[in-house]
Design a protein around this ligand. Structure first.
Ligand code: OAD
Length: 255
């Protein structure tokens, strides 16, 4: 495999090779995970300082946990919201905005709920796990943005007084069908797919690269370390997304 990390080609030579595929591509899909926001100062989920380390996800990110102890779940989300509130997009987020501007059919699928892609200016964006700045009423279903940090706990719906929950996808919950269909279409049509900063362990996103590959896309992965995908992809770049993605944009479209 020419682009594999084991080959002797330098990173810049392999980025140039990928750029030759990216430049003529009309349909490009990108999947991002927590790693793309790591350089913005937001801990990933499974890294050494991962967000899950002190907590068991099944205690916090499930509908059952919320029914049993909404305060504990909200305290955790409020803590994360406080952590994210003053963080800004980094060069990796902006590199994807630059790609969106140049590629006719570009779809950015993110597992992140931090809202940094939106803040950077990405618009062809699918937040498949929801957004931590949105709240949803358990009674009337109203979804709204609420950027208060800290939030008054527990938060209640301004319309009907029902209990609000974070508008994110929890373990055991399905993804929104329309959002998933949209993502699936983009993956089927993609000529090139970039997979950035995800451990590729959580389904269904962990399968997205395989879906795109099966439909004919060339896959390039950007991660600090190998993942279950690494052996299957056409290009694997081991390094910081905030350095590699801007280099890819320059290699493809010039400075
Ligand atoms: P993880 O924390 O599982 O993985 C983050 C990945 O990013 C790891 O593979 C790191 O090696 C890599 N990484 C870290 N810093 C990086 C950097 N600067 N540049 C490039 N790569 C870097 O996060 P996700 O894969 O996003 O779901 O986790 C998937 C889902 O698991 C999350 O969306 C969340 C969690 O449970 C829900 O909350 C539903």
């Amino acid at each position: 495999m020419p682009g594999s990390p084991g080959s002797n080609q330098s990173i810049s030579a392999r980025l140039s090779e990928l750029a030759q595929h990216l430049l003529p591509a009309s349909h490009v899909a990108v999947l991002t995970g927590a790693g793309i926001s790591q350089e913005s100062g937001i801990p990933t989920f499974r890294g050494p300082e991962g967000l899950w380390r002190q907590y068991r996800p099944e205690e916090l990110a499930t509908p059952a946990a919320f029914r049993q102890n909404p305060r504990l779940v909200w305290e955790w989300y409020d803590w994360r919201r406080c952590l994210i509130a003053d963080k800004s997009p980094n060069p990796a987020h902006y590199a994807l905005v630059a790609l969106e501007a140049r590629i006719p059919e570009f779809t950015l699928i993110t597992q992140n709920v931090d809202g940094l892609h939106k803040l950077a200016g990405s618009t062809r964006l699918s937040e498949i796990h929801g957004n931590i700045w949105q709240v949803r009423c358990l009674d009337c279903g109203r979804v709204g943005e609420d950027r208060r940090v800290p939030l008054p706990l527990l938060p209640y719906c301004p319309e009907c007084g029902g209990l609000l929950r974070p508008n994110v996808v929890w373990f055991g919950e399905p993804l929104d069908v329309d959002i998933l269909n949209q993502a699936q279409l983009a993956l089927q049509q993609a000529q090139v797919m970039l997979v950035v900063g995800t451990s590729a362990l959580v389904q269904p996103a962990a399968s997205f690269a395989y879906w795109a590959q099966k439909a004919g896309a060339l896959i390039a992965e950007f991660n600090l370390e190998p993942t279950p995908l690494t052996g299957q992809v056409d290009f694997s770049f081991l390094g910081m997304a905030g350095e590699l993605l801007p280099q890819l944009v320059t290699a493809t479209f010039g400075a």
